[in-house]
Design a protein around this ligand. Structure first.
Ligand SMILES: Nc1nc2c(c(=O)[nH]1)N[C@H]1C(S)=C(S)[C@@H](COP(=O)(O)O)O[C@H]1N2
Ligand SMILES: [Mo]
Length: 316
C-alpha cells in the first residue's frame, strides 16, 4: 500500500478540524471568556503553564493591539508533523523531546560560521514581546504573544557575505524523540527558507517563548521562526541550522506538493489554494470561517514593498 502523503492528509482534515474546534474550544473559550485571553490563559490550569518565565522582555511597537488567544488554545492545537499529523499530537507527544542543551549551526556564505550554543546566539537583552496575527494555510488564525529577537540583528552579527541571497533553516532530525519522523508524512528534516530581504525585515523574529514563558515543545522549542505575513508553515520549529546560500533553498511543503505550496507563501486573500479559498479564515475559538483574510495578513503597509513588480499569482 502506498503511504499517505501529507498533502492528502491535509485535505481530509478540513472537516474534522472544524468539528474538533467547535466542540473543544467552545468550552475553552467559554471558560477563558472575553477577558482578553492573555490574562485569561492562566485560568485554565495546565501544567505547561509552569514553563519557565523569561525575564526582562521588552514590549514592541510592532505588536498588534488585538486580544490574544489563550495559552490553552495556542498550545493544544498545533501543526508539528515531527510528532504526528493530528492537531492534538504535538501536545501529546512533544514532551519527550530534549531541548537542553541546544546548538544551532550557522554556516554557508557567512563570515562567522560556528556551532552556536543557543545561549550565545540569543542575547537576552534583545528579547521582545511581539504580539502577531498568525495565519495557517489551512485557513485558521490566531493572535499570539511571542517572545523573540529580531532575525536581522542575529544576521548582522554573523555577517553574511555579499553573495548570500537566501537564508535556509533546518529543523532537528531525531526520530528517537520525534515519532512523526519514523513515518513518511514529510521528507525529513523539515526545511524552510526566506529571501535575504524577508529575513532582514524588522517583523521577522526568532521566537524562544510565548506568553512570557519559554516555548513549550509543541510550539517549536527552543527556537523557531515567526514570519507574520506568511502562512504558518514558513514558521519552522526547533531550528538546528541556519545557512546562508546563493540559490533559493528547498522547502518542505513545496517538496511535498509544489502545485499547492510555493516558496513565498505570503498570506493573500486573492490567491486561493487549489483546494480551498483563502479569502476568509476561522479564528481559533470561533465556529465559522467568517473573518476576512487581509493582504499579507494585515502587514501590507510594512511588507508589500518587498514584492513590488512581482506577480503574486505566479510567485505564490
Ligand atoms: N519543523 C516543523 N515546523 C513547522 C511545522 C512542522 O510540521 N514541522 N508546521 C508548520 C505549520 S503548518 C504551522 S501552521 C505552524 C504551527 O505553529 P503552532 O503550532 O505554534 O501554531 O508551524 C509550522 N512549523
Ligand atoms: Mo499550517
Amino acid at each position: 500500500m502506498l503511504l499517505k502523503r501529507a498533502s492528502d492528509i491535509r485535505s481530509s482534515e478540513i472537516t474534522p478540524e472544524a468539528v474538533y474546534r467547535s466542540r473543544r474550544e467552545f468550552l475553552q473559550t467559554a471558560a477563558a471568556g472575553a477577558l482578553g485571553a492573555y490574562a485569561g490563559a492562566s485560568l485554565l490550569s495546565d501544567d505547561l503553564w509552569a514553563q519557565a518565565a523569561i525575564a526582562g522582555v521588552k514590549k514592541s511597537p510592532l505588536s498588534t493591539t488585538e486580544a490574544t488567544h489563550t495559552w490553552e488554545q495556542v498550545t493544544q492545537y498545533n501543526n508539528f508533523y515531527e510528532f504526528g499529523t493530528q492537531k492534538s499530537d504535538p501536545a501529546r507527544y512533544a514532551a519527550q523531546l530534549k531541548v537542553k542543551p541546544w546548538t544551532v549551526k550557522v554556516d554557508g556564505l557567512v563570515t562567522k560560521p560556528a556551532d552556536y550554543a543557543l545561549e550565545d546566539l540569543i542575547k537576552p537583552h534583545q528579547l521582545e514581546e511581539r504580539i502577531y496575527r498568525f495565519r495557517c494555510v489551512e485557513a485558521w488564525s490566531a493572535v499570539i504573544p511571542w517572545v523573540g529577537v529580531s532575525l536581522a540583528d542575529l544576521i548582522k552579527r554573523v555577517q553574511p557575505q555579499g553573495k548570500a541571497a537566501y537564508v535556509a533553516f533546518t529543523t532537528l532530525q531525531r526520530p528517537s524523540e520525534m515519532p512523526g519522523q519514523r513515518t513518511s508524512s514529510l521528507d525529513w528534516p523539515y526545511v524552510e527558507g526566506l529571501r535575504m530581504d524577508e529575513a532582514m525585515h524588522p517583523l521577522t523574529i526568532l521566537a524562544t517563548g510565548i506568553f512570557g514563558k519559554e516555548l513549550p515543545n509543541q510550539n517549536g522549542a527552543p527556537i523557531r521562526l515567526v514570519v507574520p505575513w506568511k502562512y504558518g508553515f514558513k514558521s519552522i520549529k526547533s531550528i538546528v541550522r541556519i545557512s546562508f546560500v546563493e540559490k533559493m533553498p528547498p522547502t518542505s511543503w513545496n517538496i511535498a506538493n509544489a502545485a499547492e505550496y510555493g516558496f513565498y507563501s505570503n498570506v493573500n486573500p486573492m490567491v486561493d489554494h487549489p483546494r480551498w479559498s483563502q479569502s476568509r479564515e476561522t479564528r481559533l475559538g470561533s465556529f465559522v470561517k467568517n473573518k476576512p483574510t487581509l493582504m499579507f495578513n494585515g502587514y501590507a503597509d510594512q511588507v508589500s514593498k518587498l514584492y513590488d513588480g512581482m506577480d503574486l499569482k505566479k510567485f505564490y
